[in-house]
Ligand binder design. Structure first.
Ligand code: GAP
Length: 595
Protein backbone atom coordinates (compact mmCIF):
# COMPACT_ATOMS: atom_id res chain seq x y z
CA UNK A 1 0.00 0.00 0.00
CA UNK A 2 1.49 3.37 -1.04
CA UNK A 3 2.41 5.92 1.63
CA UNK A 4 -0.14 8.40 0.30
CA UNK A 5 -2.83 5.68 0.43
CA UNK A 6 -2.15 5.10 4.14
CA UNK A 7 -2.55 8.81 4.79
CA UNK A 8 -5.84 8.78 2.83
CA UNK A 9 -7.06 5.67 4.65
CA UNK A 10 -6.08 7.21 7.99
CA UNK A 11 -8.20 10.24 7.20
CA UNK A 12 -11.21 8.23 5.98
CA UNK A 13 -11.22 5.93 8.97
CA UNK A 14 -10.68 8.57 11.67
CA UNK A 15 -7.03 7.89 12.51
CA UNK A 16 -5.40 11.23 11.58
CA UNK A 17 -5.77 14.15 9.21
CA UNK A 18 -4.11 17.50 8.41
CA UNK A 19 -4.98 20.14 11.04
CA UNK A 20 -6.83 23.42 10.59
CA UNK A 21 -8.54 22.38 7.35
CA UNK A 22 -11.19 25.06 7.77
CA UNK A 23 -8.41 27.65 7.54
CA UNK A 24 -6.63 26.19 4.54
CA UNK A 25 -4.59 23.67 6.57
CA UNK A 26 -1.18 24.09 8.21
CA UNK A 27 1.60 21.93 6.78
CA UNK A 28 3.37 19.81 9.37
CA UNK A 29 0.51 19.64 11.88
CA UNK A 30 -1.81 16.65 12.18
CA UNK A 31 -4.83 15.96 14.37
CA UNK A 32 -5.45 12.44 15.63
CA UNK A 33 -9.08 11.45 15.13
CA UNK A 34 -11.01 9.16 17.51
CA UNK A 35 -9.37 5.95 16.23
CA UNK A 36 -5.90 7.50 15.96
CA UNK A 37 -5.97 9.14 19.37
CA UNK A 38 -6.84 5.76 20.93
CA UNK A 39 -4.18 3.92 18.91
CA UNK A 40 -1.55 6.55 19.80
CA UNK A 41 -2.50 6.33 23.48
CA UNK A 42 -2.16 2.55 23.35
CA UNK A 43 1.28 2.81 21.70
CA UNK A 44 2.35 5.21 24.46
CA UNK A 45 0.92 2.92 27.13
CA UNK A 46 2.72 -0.12 25.71
CA UNK A 47 5.96 1.91 25.55
CA UNK A 48 5.50 3.10 29.15
CA UNK A 49 4.83 -0.47 30.24
CA UNK A 50 8.11 -1.71 28.71
CA UNK A 51 10.55 1.19 28.94
CA UNK A 52 9.41 2.81 32.20
CA UNK A 53 7.64 0.22 34.35
CA UNK A 54 9.41 -3.00 33.38
CA UNK A 55 12.83 -1.30 33.49
CA UNK A 56 12.13 0.26 36.91
CA UNK A 57 12.63 3.77 35.49
CA UNK A 58 11.00 7.03 36.58
CA UNK A 59 8.77 9.09 34.26
CA UNK A 60 8.59 12.88 34.35
CA UNK A 61 6.64 15.59 32.54
CA UNK A 62 8.58 18.79 31.86
CA UNK A 63 7.43 22.02 30.15
CA UNK A 64 7.65 22.25 26.36
CA UNK A 65 8.95 25.85 26.41
CA UNK A 66 12.47 26.33 27.70
CA UNK A 67 14.66 29.45 28.01
CA UNK A 68 17.40 30.24 25.50
CA UNK A 69 20.42 29.39 27.71
CA UNK A 70 19.26 25.74 27.79
CA UNK A 71 19.71 25.54 24.03
CA UNK A 72 22.99 27.48 24.07
CA UNK A 73 24.26 24.77 26.40
CA UNK A 74 22.72 21.85 24.50
CA UNK A 75 24.18 23.02 21.18
CA UNK A 76 20.77 23.30 19.49
CA UNK A 77 21.07 27.06 19.01
CA UNK A 78 24.23 26.68 16.98
CA UNK A 79 24.00 23.23 15.52
CA UNK A 80 20.38 22.18 15.01
CA UNK A 81 20.16 23.24 11.37
CA UNK A 82 18.93 21.77 8.11
CA UNK A 83 20.01 22.88 4.64
CA UNK A 84 17.52 25.22 3.06
CA UNK A 85 17.26 26.17 -0.61
CA UNK A 86 14.49 28.45 -1.85
CA UNK A 87 13.11 28.60 -5.36
CA UNK A 88 13.57 32.05 -6.91
CA UNK A 89 10.47 31.55 -9.06
CA UNK A 90 7.75 30.17 -6.75
CA UNK A 91 9.36 30.88 -3.35
CA UNK A 92 8.91 27.27 -2.19
CA UNK A 93 11.46 26.05 0.43
CA UNK A 94 13.19 22.68 0.10
CA UNK A 95 15.67 20.53 2.02
CA UNK A 96 18.73 20.95 -0.22
CA UNK A 97 20.34 17.72 1.04
CA UNK A 98 17.20 15.70 0.27
CA UNK A 99 17.06 17.07 -3.30
CA UNK A 100 20.69 16.04 -3.80
CA UNK A 101 20.08 12.57 -2.34
CA UNK A 102 17.07 12.09 -4.65
CA UNK A 103 19.04 13.15 -7.74
CA UNK A 104 22.35 11.37 -7.04
CA UNK A 105 23.67 8.21 -5.40
CA UNK A 106 24.81 10.23 -2.36
CA UNK A 107 23.19 8.82 0.79
CA UNK A 108 24.04 11.41 3.45
CA UNK A 109 24.25 14.79 1.73
CA UNK A 110 23.50 16.30 5.15
CA UNK A 111 27.15 15.66 6.04
CA UNK A 112 28.43 17.81 3.13
CA UNK A 113 29.23 21.53 3.42
CA UNK A 114 26.57 23.86 1.97
CA UNK A 115 28.95 25.09 -0.75
CA UNK A 116 29.36 21.52 -2.04
CA UNK A 117 25.60 20.97 -2.04
CA UNK A 118 25.22 24.17 -4.11
CA UNK A 119 27.67 22.75 -6.68
CA UNK A 120 25.83 19.41 -6.76
CA UNK A 121 22.53 21.22 -7.37
CA UNK A 122 24.14 23.04 -10.28
CA UNK A 123 26.00 20.03 -11.75
CA UNK A 124 22.96 17.74 -11.59
CA UNK A 125 20.52 20.34 -12.96
CA UNK A 126 18.31 19.95 -9.93
CA UNK A 127 15.03 21.82 -10.33
CA UNK A 128 12.37 23.00 -7.89
CA UNK A 129 10.04 20.02 -7.25
CA UNK A 130 7.09 22.43 -7.03
CA UNK A 131 7.45 24.47 -10.25
CA UNK A 132 10.34 22.94 -12.19
CA UNK A 133 12.55 26.05 -12.21
CA UNK A 134 16.28 25.18 -12.02
CA UNK A 135 17.74 25.80 -8.56
CA UNK A 136 21.32 26.32 -9.81
CA UNK A 137 22.77 29.54 -8.40
CA UNK A 138 20.47 29.60 -5.37
CA UNK A 139 22.19 29.84 -1.96
CA UNK A 140 22.03 26.85 0.36
CA UNK A 141 21.62 28.17 3.90
CA UNK A 142 21.63 26.69 7.38
CA UNK A 143 18.11 26.93 8.77
CA UNK A 144 17.68 26.48 12.53
CA UNK A 145 14.75 24.15 13.20
CA UNK A 146 13.70 25.52 16.58
CA UNK A 147 10.48 27.50 17.04
CA UNK A 148 11.36 30.72 18.88
CA UNK A 149 9.01 32.40 21.33
CA UNK A 150 9.02 35.09 24.05
CA UNK A 151 8.56 34.13 27.67
CA UNK A 152 6.51 36.82 29.41
CA UNK A 153 5.50 40.33 28.35
CA UNK A 154 7.64 43.48 28.24
CA UNK A 155 11.30 42.69 28.75
CA UNK A 156 10.58 39.12 27.90
CA UNK A 157 13.07 36.29 27.95
CA UNK A 158 13.78 34.53 24.66
CA UNK A 159 12.67 30.91 24.69
CA UNK A 160 12.14 27.97 22.34
CA UNK A 161 9.73 25.09 22.01
CA UNK A 162 11.82 22.03 22.85
CA UNK A 163 13.09 20.20 19.76
CA UNK A 164 13.47 16.96 21.79
CA UNK A 165 11.87 15.93 25.07
CA UNK A 166 15.34 14.91 26.28
CA UNK A 167 16.37 18.43 27.32
CA UNK A 168 13.56 18.55 29.90
CA UNK A 169 15.22 15.55 31.56
CA UNK A 170 18.82 16.77 31.32
CA UNK A 171 18.19 20.21 32.83
CA UNK A 172 16.47 18.63 35.83
CA UNK A 173 19.27 16.15 36.42
CA UNK A 174 20.42 17.81 39.70
CA UNK A 175 17.00 17.02 41.21
CA UNK A 176 16.41 13.72 39.43
CA UNK A 177 19.67 12.29 40.78
CA UNK A 178 18.40 13.03 44.30
CA UNK A 179 15.20 11.09 43.64
CA UNK A 180 17.45 8.23 42.51
CA UNK A 181 19.35 8.70 45.80
CA UNK A 182 22.46 9.48 43.80
CA UNK A 183 22.85 5.88 42.63
CA UNK A 184 23.85 4.99 39.11
CA UNK A 185 22.60 3.53 36.86
CA UNK A 186 19.13 5.05 36.71
CA UNK A 187 16.77 5.91 33.90
CA UNK A 188 14.26 8.71 33.38
CA UNK A 189 11.58 8.66 30.70
CA UNK A 190 9.28 11.21 29.19
CA UNK A 191 6.51 11.02 26.58
CA UNK A 192 5.50 14.34 25.10
CA UNK A 193 5.48 16.85 22.29
CA UNK A 194 8.59 18.02 20.47
CA UNK A 195 8.67 20.80 17.89
CA UNK A 196 10.80 21.28 14.79
CA UNK A 197 10.15 23.88 12.13
CA UNK A 198 10.80 21.35 9.37
CA UNK A 199 11.62 22.89 5.98
CA UNK A 200 9.41 20.47 4.09
CA UNK A 201 7.04 18.42 6.24
CA UNK A 202 5.74 15.36 4.41
CA UNK A 203 4.43 11.83 4.50
CA UNK A 204 1.55 12.19 6.95
CA UNK A 205 3.01 11.64 10.41
CA UNK A 206 6.54 10.99 9.14
CA UNK A 207 7.90 14.55 9.16
CA UNK A 208 5.86 16.89 11.30
CA UNK A 209 6.46 20.24 12.93
CA UNK A 210 4.83 19.05 16.15
CA UNK A 211 5.18 15.38 17.03
CA UNK A 212 5.32 13.08 20.05
CA UNK A 213 8.48 11.47 21.28
CA UNK A 214 8.89 8.74 23.88
CA UNK A 215 12.40 9.05 25.24
CA UNK A 216 14.48 7.27 27.85
CA UNK A 217 17.64 8.83 29.23
CA UNK A 218 19.68 6.07 30.84
CA UNK A 219 22.32 7.56 33.13
CA UNK A 220 25.29 5.26 33.65
CA UNK A 221 28.72 5.26 35.22
CA UNK A 222 31.05 5.44 32.20
CA UNK A 223 33.22 2.52 33.40
CA UNK A 224 31.37 0.57 36.04
CA UNK A 225 27.79 0.00 34.98
CA UNK A 226 26.79 -2.96 32.85
CA UNK A 227 23.30 -3.58 31.42
CA UNK A 228 21.48 -6.90 32.01
CA UNK A 229 22.49 -7.96 28.50
CA UNK A 230 21.72 -11.62 29.21
CA UNK A 231 18.01 -10.78 29.11
CA UNK A 232 18.16 -10.01 25.38
CA UNK A 233 21.42 -11.70 24.34
CA UNK A 234 19.57 -14.28 22.19
CA UNK A 235 17.29 -11.80 20.45
CA UNK A 236 17.90 -12.01 16.70
CA UNK A 237 18.48 -8.70 14.94
CA UNK A 238 19.08 -7.52 11.40
CA UNK A 239 21.87 -4.96 11.51
CA UNK A 240 23.15 -2.62 8.84
CA UNK A 241 26.44 -1.28 10.23
CA UNK A 242 28.08 1.90 8.88
CA UNK A 243 31.02 0.05 7.28
CA UNK A 244 28.62 -2.28 5.42
CA UNK A 245 26.72 0.74 4.09
CA UNK A 246 29.97 2.28 2.87
CA UNK A 247 31.37 -0.91 1.31
CA UNK A 248 30.66 -1.53 -2.36
CA UNK A 249 29.29 -5.04 -1.72
CA UNK A 250 28.06 -4.20 1.80
CA UNK A 251 25.32 -6.34 3.27
CA UNK A 252 23.17 -6.82 6.33
CA UNK A 253 24.50 -8.67 9.36
CA UNK A 254 22.04 -11.20 10.78
CA UNK A 255 23.10 -11.91 14.31
CA UNK A 256 22.01 -11.89 17.93
CA UNK A 257 22.28 -8.94 20.29
CA UNK A 258 24.81 -10.84 22.43
CA UNK A 259 27.08 -11.58 19.46
CA UNK A 260 26.75 -8.06 18.05
CA UNK A 261 28.06 -6.65 21.32
CA UNK A 262 30.72 -9.33 21.77
CA UNK A 263 32.06 -8.77 18.26
CA UNK A 264 32.00 -4.99 18.65
CA UNK A 265 29.50 -4.45 15.83
CA UNK A 266 27.49 -2.54 18.38
CA UNK A 267 30.11 -0.65 20.39
CA UNK A 268 28.17 -0.11 23.60
CA UNK A 269 26.60 -2.94 25.61
CA UNK A 270 23.92 -0.50 26.78
CA UNK A 271 22.99 0.44 23.21
CA UNK A 272 22.97 -3.30 22.38
CA UNK A 273 20.71 -3.99 25.34
CA UNK A 274 18.16 -1.41 24.22
CA UNK A 275 18.28 -2.62 20.60
CA UNK A 276 17.23 -6.03 21.94
CA UNK A 277 14.50 -4.60 24.16
CA UNK A 278 13.24 -2.45 21.27
CA UNK A 279 13.21 -5.37 18.81
CA UNK A 280 11.00 -7.36 21.20
CA UNK A 281 8.78 -4.36 21.85
CA UNK A 282 8.24 -3.59 18.17
CA UNK A 283 7.32 -7.23 17.60
CA UNK A 284 4.87 -7.08 20.51
CA UNK A 285 3.09 -4.00 19.15
CA UNK A 286 2.78 -5.45 15.65
CA UNK A 287 5.62 -4.14 13.49
CA UNK A 288 6.30 -6.70 10.72
CA UNK A 289 9.74 -8.08 11.59
CA UNK A 290 10.40 -8.86 7.92
CA UNK A 291 10.22 -5.11 7.31
CA UNK A 292 12.37 -3.97 10.20
CA UNK A 293 16.11 -3.34 10.69
CA UNK A 294 18.64 -1.45 12.76
CA UNK A 295 20.89 0.88 10.73
CA UNK A 296 23.97 2.53 12.18
CA UNK A 297 24.46 6.22 11.44
CA UNK A 298 27.29 7.08 9.09
CA UNK A 299 29.87 9.29 10.84
CA UNK A 300 28.71 12.48 9.04
CA UNK A 301 25.08 11.73 9.84
CA UNK A 302 25.32 11.72 13.63
CA UNK A 303 23.67 14.48 15.68
CA UNK A 304 26.01 16.95 17.38
CA UNK A 305 25.63 15.14 20.72
CA UNK A 306 25.99 11.53 19.58
CA UNK A 307 29.18 9.48 19.82
CA UNK A 308 27.39 6.54 18.13
CA UNK A 309 23.84 6.01 16.95
CA UNK A 310 21.69 3.22 15.57
CA UNK A 311 18.25 3.82 14.09
CA UNK A 312 15.34 1.40 14.17
CA UNK A 313 13.88 1.54 10.67
CA UNK A 314 10.69 0.14 9.24
CA UNK A 315 9.92 -0.40 5.59
CA UNK A 316 6.83 1.42 4.40
CA UNK A 317 5.95 1.42 0.72
CA UNK A 318 9.49 0.53 -0.36
CA UNK A 319 11.15 3.26 1.75
CA UNK A 320 13.01 2.73 5.00
CA UNK A 321 11.86 5.21 7.62
CA UNK A 322 13.55 5.96 10.93
CA UNK A 323 11.15 5.19 13.75
CA UNK A 324 13.57 5.39 16.70
CA UNK A 325 17.17 6.33 17.43
CA UNK A 326 19.53 4.75 19.97
CA UNK A 327 22.32 7.19 20.76
CA UNK A 328 25.36 6.97 22.93
CA UNK A 329 25.41 10.62 24.07
CA UNK A 330 28.37 10.06 26.47
CA UNK A 331 28.72 12.99 28.94
CA UNK A 332 27.95 15.61 26.28
CA UNK A 333 24.68 16.90 27.73
CA UNK A 334 25.44 16.81 31.44
CA UNK A 335 28.89 18.36 30.95
CA UNK A 336 27.41 21.16 28.87
CA UNK A 337 24.63 21.91 31.35
CA UNK A 338 27.22 21.71 34.14
CA UNK A 339 29.26 24.33 32.29
CA UNK A 340 26.35 26.69 31.57
CA UNK A 341 23.98 25.98 34.48
CA UNK A 342 24.29 26.81 38.17
CA UNK A 343 23.87 23.33 39.56
CA UNK A 344 25.86 20.10 39.89
CA UNK A 345 25.38 17.76 36.96
CA UNK A 346 27.58 15.10 38.54
CA UNK A 347 26.90 12.22 40.90
CA UNK A 348 28.97 11.42 43.96
CA UNK A 349 29.91 7.77 43.67
CA UNK A 350 30.95 6.21 46.97
CA UNK A 351 33.86 3.72 46.80
CA UNK A 352 33.39 0.24 48.28
CA UNK A 353 36.41 0.96 50.51
CA UNK A 354 37.81 4.45 51.29
CA UNK A 355 40.98 5.20 49.29
CA UNK A 356 44.05 7.07 50.49
CA UNK A 357 45.30 9.37 47.74
CA UNK A 358 47.80 12.20 47.40
CA UNK A 359 46.09 15.54 46.88
CA UNK A 360 47.99 18.61 45.65
CA UNK A 361 46.72 21.75 47.29
CA UNK A 362 47.59 25.43 47.82
CA UNK A 363 47.02 27.79 50.73
CA UNK A 364 47.73 31.18 49.13
CA UNK A 365 48.99 33.98 51.37
CA UNK A 366 46.14 36.47 50.94
CA UNK A 367 48.07 39.17 52.88
CA UNK A 368 50.45 39.23 49.88
CA UNK A 369 47.93 38.58 47.08
CA UNK A 370 45.52 41.27 48.34
CA UNK A 371 47.80 44.31 47.97
CA UNK A 372 49.27 42.92 44.73
CA UNK A 373 46.06 42.00 42.85
CA UNK A 374 43.38 44.06 44.62
CA UNK A 375 39.83 42.95 43.66
CA UNK A 376 41.22 40.05 41.62
CA UNK A 377 43.04 38.40 44.55
CA UNK A 378 40.29 35.82 45.20
CA UNK A 379 40.21 34.89 41.50
CA UNK A 380 44.00 34.47 41.51
CA UNK A 381 43.74 32.17 44.55
CA UNK A 382 41.07 30.12 42.80
CA UNK A 383 43.19 29.84 39.65
CA UNK A 384 46.11 28.60 41.76
CA UNK A 385 43.87 25.90 43.28
CA UNK A 386 42.78 24.77 39.82
CA UNK A 387 46.38 24.66 38.64
CA UNK A 388 47.45 22.58 41.65
CA UNK A 389 44.76 20.00 40.85
CA UNK A 390 45.57 19.96 37.11
CA UNK A 391 49.34 20.32 37.01
CA UNK A 392 51.10 19.97 40.38
CA UNK A 393 54.54 19.94 38.66
CA UNK A 394 54.05 23.60 37.74
CA UNK A 395 54.75 24.48 41.39
CA UNK A 396 58.31 23.13 41.18
CA UNK A 397 59.40 26.46 39.60
CA UNK A 398 60.09 29.60 41.68
CA UNK A 399 57.02 31.31 40.24
CA UNK A 400 53.80 30.02 38.66
CA UNK A 401 51.66 31.63 35.97
CA UNK A 402 47.87 31.53 35.95
CA UNK A 403 45.24 33.13 33.75
CA UNK A 404 42.74 35.51 35.37
CA UNK A 405 40.16 37.44 33.33
CA UNK A 406 42.12 36.71 30.14
CA UNK A 407 45.41 38.05 31.59
CA UNK A 408 48.41 35.93 32.61
CA UNK A 409 49.66 36.78 36.10
CA UNK A 410 52.74 35.45 37.90
CA UNK A 411 52.78 34.44 41.58
CA UNK A 412 55.81 33.41 43.69
CA UNK A 413 55.63 29.72 44.54
CA UNK A 414 56.24 30.66 48.22
CA UNK A 415 53.12 32.84 48.20
CA UNK A 416 51.05 29.98 46.72
CA UNK A 417 52.07 27.70 49.64
CA UNK A 418 51.87 24.53 47.56
CA UNK A 419 51.84 21.16 49.34
CA UNK A 420 50.88 17.54 48.70
CA UNK A 421 48.78 15.89 51.38
CA UNK A 422 47.60 12.35 51.89
CA UNK A 423 43.84 12.33 52.13
CA UNK A 424 41.26 9.62 52.55
CA UNK A 425 38.55 9.78 49.91
CA UNK A 426 35.22 8.03 50.22
CA UNK A 427 34.20 8.48 46.60
CA UNK A 428 34.37 10.73 43.58
CA UNK A 429 32.19 13.10 41.56
CA UNK A 430 31.35 11.48 38.22
CA UNK A 431 29.62 12.97 35.20
CA UNK A 432 27.34 10.13 34.10
CA UNK A 433 27.19 9.03 30.49
CA UNK A 434 23.84 8.89 28.75
CA UNK A 435 22.40 6.17 26.53
CA UNK A 436 19.22 7.30 24.85
CA UNK A 437 16.52 5.24 23.15
CA UNK A 438 14.31 7.86 21.47
CA UNK A 439 11.07 6.76 19.79
CA UNK A 440 8.81 8.68 17.42
CA UNK A 441 5.23 7.83 18.44
CA UNK A 442 3.60 9.15 15.23
CA UNK A 443 6.02 7.23 13.00
CA UNK A 444 5.25 4.09 15.00
CA UNK A 445 1.51 4.68 14.53
CA UNK A 446 1.95 5.12 10.77
CA UNK A 447 4.13 2.01 10.54
CA UNK A 448 1.54 -0.03 12.45
CA UNK A 449 -1.22 1.04 10.06
CA UNK A 450 0.94 0.26 7.01
CA UNK A 451 2.00 -3.14 8.35
CA UNK A 452 -1.48 -4.09 9.60
CA UNK A 453 -3.34 -3.31 6.39
CA UNK A 454 -4.76 -6.46 4.73
CA UNK A 455 -7.20 -7.29 1.95
CA UNK A 456 -8.92 -10.68 1.70
CA UNK A 457 -12.27 -12.24 0.92
CA UNK A 458 -14.99 -13.13 3.42
CA UNK A 459 -18.19 -14.90 2.32
CA UNK A 460 -17.37 -14.13 -1.31
CA UNK A 461 -16.85 -10.41 -0.73
CA UNK A 462 -13.60 -8.48 -0.71
CA UNK A 463 -12.87 -6.78 2.56
CA UNK A 464 -9.97 -4.71 3.87
CA UNK A 465 -9.06 -4.78 7.52
CA UNK A 466 -6.38 -3.69 9.96
CA UNK A 467 -4.75 -6.62 11.68
CA UNK A 468 -3.70 -4.55 14.70
CA UNK A 469 -2.53 -6.34 17.84
CA UNK A 470 -5.53 -6.50 20.24
CA UNK A 471 -3.46 -4.69 22.89
CA UNK A 472 -3.01 -1.76 20.50
CA UNK A 473 -6.36 -1.66 18.68
CA UNK A 474 -8.33 1.58 19.28
CA UNK A 475 -11.45 -0.34 20.31
CA UNK A 476 -11.38 -3.60 22.27
CA UNK A 477 -14.74 -4.91 21.14
CA UNK A 478 -17.85 -3.88 19.23
CA UNK A 479 -21.27 -5.05 20.36
CA UNK A 480 -24.23 -5.47 18.00
CA UNK A 481 -27.77 -6.80 18.11
CA UNK A 482 -27.97 -9.27 15.22
CA UNK A 483 -31.10 -7.58 13.95
CA UNK A 484 -32.23 -4.14 14.93
CA UNK A 485 -36.01 -4.61 14.86
CA UNK A 486 -36.18 -6.87 17.91
CA UNK A 487 -36.30 -4.83 21.08
CA UNK A 488 -34.94 -7.62 23.32
CA UNK A 489 -31.84 -8.01 21.19
CA UNK A 490 -31.23 -4.24 21.06
CA UNK A 491 -31.73 -3.84 24.81
CA UNK A 492 -29.53 -6.82 25.66
CA UNK A 493 -26.81 -5.64 23.27
CA UNK A 494 -26.82 -2.19 24.87
CA UNK A 495 -26.60 -3.72 28.31
CA UNK A 496 -23.75 -6.08 27.28
CA UNK A 497 -21.87 -3.06 25.84
CA UNK A 498 -22.36 -1.11 29.06
CA UNK A 499 -21.25 -4.03 31.23
CA UNK A 500 -18.08 -4.44 29.21
CA UNK A 501 -17.40 -0.68 29.46
CA UNK A 502 -17.91 -0.79 33.22
CA UNK A 503 -15.27 -3.50 33.35
CA UNK A 504 -12.74 -1.26 31.62
CA UNK A 505 -13.04 -2.30 27.98
CA UNK A 506 -13.31 0.29 25.20
CA UNK A 507 -16.48 -0.72 23.40
CA UNK A 508 -18.29 0.45 20.28
CA UNK A 509 -22.02 -0.16 19.97
CA UNK A 510 -23.52 -0.25 16.49
CA UNK A 511 -27.06 -1.01 15.38
CA UNK A 512 -27.10 0.69 12.01
CA UNK A 513 -27.07 -1.20 8.72
CA UNK A 514 -26.73 -4.91 7.99
CA UNK A 515 -24.69 -7.08 10.35
CA UNK A 516 -22.19 -7.72 7.53
CA UNK A 517 -21.72 -3.98 7.03
CA UNK A 518 -21.24 -3.50 10.77
CA UNK A 519 -18.51 -6.19 10.85
CA UNK A 520 -16.76 -4.48 7.93
CA UNK A 521 -16.79 -1.10 9.69
CA UNK A 522 -15.05 -2.63 12.69
CA UNK A 523 -12.61 -4.63 10.53
CA UNK A 524 -11.58 -1.41 8.82
CA UNK A 525 -10.51 0.21 12.11
CA UNK A 526 -8.95 -2.97 13.49
CA UNK A 527 -11.43 -3.88 16.27
CA UNK A 528 -10.26 -7.39 17.23
CA UNK A 529 -13.59 -8.77 18.53
CA UNK A 530 -17.22 -8.30 17.59
CA UNK A 531 -19.84 -9.48 20.05
CA UNK A 532 -23.27 -10.19 18.57
CA UNK A 533 -26.46 -10.71 20.54
CA UNK A 534 -28.83 -13.07 18.70
CA UNK A 535 -32.05 -14.83 19.57
CA UNK A 536 -30.42 -18.28 19.80
CA UNK A 537 -28.21 -17.01 22.58
CA UNK A 538 -31.12 -15.74 24.66
CA UNK A 539 -33.66 -18.49 24.08
CA UNK A 540 -31.83 -21.66 25.04
CA UNK A 541 -32.28 -23.46 28.38
CA UNK A 542 -28.84 -22.57 29.71
CA UNK A 543 -27.28 -19.19 30.55
CA UNK A 544 -27.44 -16.37 27.96
CA UNK A 545 -24.72 -16.45 25.33
CA UNK A 546 -23.43 -14.18 22.56
CA UNK A 547 -21.25 -14.84 19.54
CA UNK A 548 -17.69 -13.55 19.56
CA UNK A 549 -16.13 -13.06 16.13
CA UNK A 550 -12.39 -12.67 15.66
CA UNK A 551 -11.40 -10.02 13.12
CA UNK A 552 -8.64 -11.69 11.06
CA UNK A 553 -10.19 -15.14 10.62
CA UNK A 554 -13.85 -14.05 10.90
CA UNK A 555 -14.26 -17.25 13.01
CA UNK A 556 -17.03 -17.17 15.61
CA UNK A 557 -17.70 -18.92 18.89
CA UNK A 558 -20.59 -18.86 21.32
CA UNK A 559 -19.56 -17.53 24.76
CA UNK A 560 -21.62 -17.04 27.97
CA UNK A 561 -22.49 -13.37 28.59
CA UNK A 562 -21.66 -13.84 32.23
CA UNK A 563 -17.87 -13.46 32.59
CA UNK A 564 -17.42 -12.21 28.99
CA UNK A 565 -15.02 -9.40 29.98
CA UNK A 566 -12.85 -11.82 31.97
CA UNK A 567 -12.84 -14.27 29.07
CA UNK A 568 -11.72 -11.57 26.63
CA UNK A 569 -9.08 -10.05 28.96
CA UNK A 570 -6.14 -12.41 28.17
CA UNK A 571 -6.85 -12.09 24.43
CA UNK A 572 -6.86 -8.30 24.64
CA UNK A 573 -3.64 -8.29 26.66
CA UNK A 574 -1.94 -10.44 24.01
CA UNK A 575 -1.46 -13.21 26.59
CA UNK A 576 -3.65 -15.69 24.75
CA UNK A 577 -4.85 -16.19 21.19
CA UNK A 578 -8.29 -16.85 19.71
CA UNK A 579 -7.20 -20.47 19.32
CA UNK A 580 -7.91 -20.84 23.03
CA UNK A 581 -11.49 -19.68 22.42
CA UNK A 582 -11.89 -22.08 19.53
CA UNK A 583 -10.79 -24.92 21.83
CA UNK A 584 -13.02 -23.87 24.69
CA UNK A 585 -16.27 -22.72 23.10
CA UNK A 586 -18.71 -23.98 20.52
CA UNK A 587 -17.96 -22.59 17.05
CA UNK A 588 -20.71 -20.87 15.12
CA UNK A 589 -21.32 -20.81 11.37
CA UNK A 590 -20.20 -17.57 9.79
CA UNK A 591 -23.44 -17.20 7.77
CA UNK A 592 -24.41 -14.73 10.46
CA UNK A 593 -22.13 -12.32 8.60
CA UNK A 594 -24.40 -11.92 5.65
CA UNK A 595 -27.73 -11.63 7.43
N1 GAP B 1 16.54 13.00 21.57
C1 GAP B 1 17.01 12.42 20.38
C2 GAP B 1 16.26 12.79 19.20
O1 GAP B 1 15.41 13.67 19.24
P1 GAP B 1 15.90 12.21 16.69
O2 GAP B 1 16.47 11.09 15.87
O3 GAP B 1 16.04 13.58 16.17
O4 GAP B 1 16.58 12.06 18.12
C3 GAP B 1 13.95 10.72 17.58
O5 GAP B 1 14.37 11.92 16.97
C4 GAP B 1 12.73 10.18 16.88
O6 GAP B 1 11.72 11.18 16.81
C5 GAP B 1 12.99 9.78 15.43
O7 GAP B 1 13.49 8.47 15.33
C6 GAP B 1 11.60 9.90 14.81
O8 GAP B 1 10.87 8.72 15.06
C7 GAP B 1 10.98 11.03 15.61
N2 GAP B 1 11.05 12.30 14.83
C8 GAP B 1 12.10 13.12 14.69
N3 GAP B 1 11.77 14.18 13.93
C9 GAP B 1 10.48 14.02 13.57
C10 GAP B 1 9.54 14.80 12.80
N4 GAP B 1 9.88 15.97 12.26
N5 GAP B 1 8.28 14.32 12.65
C11 GAP B 1 7.91 13.15 13.20
N6 GAP B 1 8.74 12.40 13.95
C12 GAP B 1 10.01 12.82 14.14
Amino acid sequence: MAGTEIVELAKRRGFFFGSNGAYGGTAGFYTFGPQGAALKRNVEEAWRDRFTVAEGNQEIEAPTVMPEPVFEASGHLDGFDDMLVECAECGESHRADHLVEDATSIEDAEALPGSEVELLIRDHDIACPSCGTPLAGQDVEDFNLMFATDIGPGDSQPGYLRPETAQGIFVEFPRLKEYARGRLPFGVTQIGAAYRNEISPRGGLLRLREFTQAELEQFIHPEDDEPPLWKVADVEVLLYPADEQEAEDGDYVETTVGEAVEEGIVGSAWVGYYLGVAQEWYERVGVDMDRFRFRQHLPGERAHYAADCWDAESEVDGDWIEIAGFSYRADYDLSKHGEYGDDAFTVFQRYDEPKTVERATVDPDMATLGPEFGGRAAAVAEALEDLAARDPDAFEADAVSVEVDGETVSVDADVANFSVEEVTENGEHVTPHVVEPSFGVGRTVQTLLAHAYRVDEVDGEERSYLSLEPELAPTDAAVFPLVTNEETLVETARSVANDLREQGLSVAYDDSGSIGRRYRRQDEVGTPFCVTVDRDGLEGDGPDTVTVRERDTAAQVRVPVDGLADALAPLLAGEDSFEAFLDEYETVDSDVETQ
